[in-house]
Ligand binder design. Sequence first.
Ligand code: F6P
Length: 744
Amino acid sequence: MRFAIALAVGLALLTWGATVIVQKTTRAWFENDLGVRAQLAVNGAREALIASWDQTGADKLQTVLDELARDEHIKAVAVCSADGRPLARTAGYGGRHLSCAEVGARVRLGPEAQDSPGAGAWNGIERVSGANVYVSAVPVFDGDRPLGFLVLVHDLSFIESRETKARQFVMLAFGFLAAAAALVTLIASRLSWKSWSNEIRRLLRVGGQDPDFQPILRDVSELVDRIVAERESDNGGGAWTAQRLKTTLNRYLRGEKIIVVANREPYMHQHRPDGSIGVVHPASGLVTALEPIVRACSGVWVAHGGGTADRETVDAHGRVRVPPGEESYSIRRVWLSPEEEQGYYYGFANEGLWPLCHLAHARPIFRSGDYQHYRAVNHKFADAVLREVDLDDPIVLVQDYHFALAPQLIRERLPRATVTMFWHIPWPNAEHFGICPWREELLEGMLGASILGFHTQAHCNNFLDSVDRYLEARIDRDQNAVIQHGRATLVRPYPISLEWPARWTQSAPPVEQCRAEVFAELGLRSDALLGVGVDRLDYTKGIEERLLAVERLLERFPRLRGRFVFAQLAAPSRTAIVRYQQLNDVIEELAARVNQRYGRGSYKPIVLLREHHEPPNVFRYYRAADLCYVSSLHDGMNLVAKEFVAARDDEQGVLVLSQFTGAARELTEALIVNPYDLDEASSALASAVSMTREEQRERMRAMRAFIAEFNVYRWAGRMLVDAGRVRRKDRLSSRVARAAGAAE
Ligand code: F6P
């Protein structure tokens, strides 16, 4: 369909272009003709004109002019003297710019006018009585003596009607030819596509009589049908939505249930102080992105049961249906002992891999005891997956650095599984990665996946370089794939995003109400300027640098003292790790110092809100703020930046964004800064608070349009479509192998 529209538009443009060219050319020819005709008319009447030129011959002169005006295409004629006086004219001669004086100014009567026929003449188009006329003024010489000039006014209407006819003819001819060409092309492509698929179907029918080939032929036949269906649906895909994702899953993966493996669960059950049980949404970019996908696809989410009331809310198999009230999928909780949690989660994952992958100046700590736990927990999760599957080739989506070994462990036990792995954090360069004592084992583990996703191409490249340096494997740089043990792992960038429209924006109060509530809660004066930061309390987020930038802002711009307030929402995170405890102390001291330095009375420039905030409250702050500052020192994507944009359906508010986030490559209308450069960051904060509403709207609108299109359904859809393709290929080759084995 799209091809047909493009073809029609192309043909219309071609026809229009041809018409314009033909019209211009014929008009030039006609005008040239008129000029020549005028010259011929003067040549023919020259003798009579010269003989009757003086006053005594005025009647004769009039007769000559009347004679000339008999030509059906000449409307009027006049004769003017060399000094611009009218000598005679036919009835109907006139017009604003046709007086002898005006025309005389354009005609040349010098010696050069005799160089060649028509040399001193002037030709042009004038408007007389509402119609265009073509005027030729031709000099008349008696020997070398210039007598004056003859003005012929040609009727143009006949040219215009000829032109219209020529135009219509060209349009018809071109339109006909173009339509015929398009039709022939379309029919040819349909026929060749149809004959190709019919030919395969025919071969399948013939080969289908041999029972040995039937399983393979069934697959090929399905494949042909699917390719036909894909071709048709790809043309009308449109925007990615939950519904489109479901349809895509049905088409590519036959609606088979997907199993997500992620350390963090999307809903945690926690005991409240009053003894009741509440549900908490953890602060996690991974959860934010993945939860709408699993909701749309009704799968199973295998996660660590880390909530204080998690064990009380599951069935005998460790499962609980969520979301509360909607119950569209299951969480399968995996229980970890305190030692396992310490070694696997706090130890190897968060003191080892986390600082290894982030360039944020924290030294990775590798303890072999932690790694033993990491390995054991990866086994435990792979076992849990095995208990959830109902096919020998399930679709498993492994998430993040907690499970580098799981893809291979799953593949060992389910060789035909379609395993994708998404790495939510950056991947360092090969040299840096090389400091990990278990680098080879981690890489081998990840290569158990069929598809390995990162946020950016740079992270993919770093991964491929690491494989190149530390493993015996073939890298196919054209395909971005690693080939090992006869299997390929595709390595692809899939930049993660948010559901669109964001659930929490839709349920949020109006922006004015959010602003009024937040201002009242923080005790801000009505003309205050509010900045927000929303993060887990993590050293990679650049929270120290952010508060230092606020301090610098107040130092450099005294007018903002007493007015600018920065509210930092910080969810405590990984608090058992010393580095995180230190960060907490540093931030507290820093906020106290800035407040001490610039606070007055009840005014405090920095408000630290260090507790877990549920999404509705976070969105209230996003909607209340004048700016949001995301200052990560290194971040795979950073979904807070995208959430702020998603929250601002009023198209106001300014995003100040670190250049070291994946999001900075996409949200280019944010004010992009180097968070280490406090002068640059504070200037950006100052620009943000003084930005006009119009500019805010323009920037916000562009960023919203980007996220609306590149939403999380597209992220998952692209990855799952790729997984579906790999799956079909694998199914086909294993059938071929089995049939070949049976034939021997
Ligand atoms: O997005 C990166 C990430 O580490 C996720 O893997 C994780 O769920 C999230 O940040 C929060 O971290 P944690 O689960 O350790 O609280």
